[in-house]
Design a binder for this molecule. Structure first.
Ligand code: PEP
Ligand code: MN
Length: 261
């Protein structure tokens, strides 16, 4: 396993709001998908008031079924841009297609590569040539080595500002949506020195598990968490079952502030 690409690079990513990854803990929160201006604005205001330092929101959604909501796409990016300015919070959003790179680059403070695209080497190479931090989600069936290889594809282009995101893998356990591999946190840190963020929302698919898995993520040494939050999860257009409502997010933050972070 090679860590030469990252060695001595001292990954230190400073966001517009002064947050320094991996010195400060990242709390990335927001809806799975951007559905409307009000939905994103209200969520952004709320999560920021509780200490979230990055807003998430998907405009391009890589849905398992082509019949599911595919995201608001360019309209979603416009909403994200306005909310980012209005609420003054850095934003992360997913890039699915290299043809959308300029559009996503224009809005995003951090560019997300989703689990399904971790093996999309041409996409990895292109985000490696631009200068915004890249949030690399682990492929749902990727080994640790394959995940590191994907990060190396990005780094090859010159961009070593990579945040690794453990988001669960497929195993024979079908009780949870994925099996959250928390041992990956110290392993990735040891092998690459890159910051690691845990996504317990996609990692479990079950909202009740988000708090215990977030606590466990920080105990394992994670540099942050990414959590889906929605004003009305029961009516969310995607991933409602794993999204926290505002009260639940507040409970999560209270638990984390109790010394876990
Ligand atoms: C997401 O975070 O919006 C997402 C689609 O997650 P993943 O790529 O991990 O499935
Ligand atoms: Mn989601």
């Amino acid at each position: 396993m090679s860590k030469e690409v990252f060695k001595g690079k001292n990954i230190k990513i400073e966001l517009e709001n002064g947050v320094v990854i991996s010195k400060d803990k990242l709390i990335i929160a927001g809806p799975c998908a951007i559905e409307s201006y009000d939905q994103l604005f209200n969520t952004a205001k709320f999560v920021k008031s509780l200490g979230a330092n990055v807003l998430r929101g998907g405009a391009y959604k890589p849905r398992t079924s082509p019949f599911s909501f595919q995201g608001l796409k360019e309209e979603g990016l416009e909403i994200l841009k306005s909310v980012k300015k209005e609420v003054e919070i850095p934003v992360i959003t997913e890039l699915m297609d290299v043809r959308d790179l300029d559009r996503v680059y224009d809005v995003a403070d951090i560019i997300q590569i989703g689990s399904r695209n971790m093996h999309n080497f041409s996409l990895l190479i292109e985000v490696g040539k631009q200068d915004k931090p890249v949030f690399l989600k682990r492929g749902m069936s990727a080994t640790i080595k394959e995940w590191i290889n994907a990060a190396e594809y990005i780094a090859m282009g010159g961009n070593t500002n990579i945040i690794m995101c453990e988001r669960g893998i497929r195993t024979y356990n079908d009780y949870t949506r994925n099996t959250l591999d928390l041992a990956a946190v110290p392993i990735i840190k040891k092998e690459t020195g890159l910051p690691v963020v845990v996504d317990p929302s996609h990692g479990t698919g079950i909202r009740e598990l988000i708090r215990p898995m977030s606590l466990a993520a920080f105990a394992a040494g994670a540099d942050g968490i990414m959590v889906e939050v929605h004003p009305d999860p029961e009516n969310a257009l995607s991933d409602g079952a794993q999204s926290l409502n505002f009260d639940e997010f507040e409970e999560l933050i209270k638990s984390l502030k109790n010394g876990a972070m």
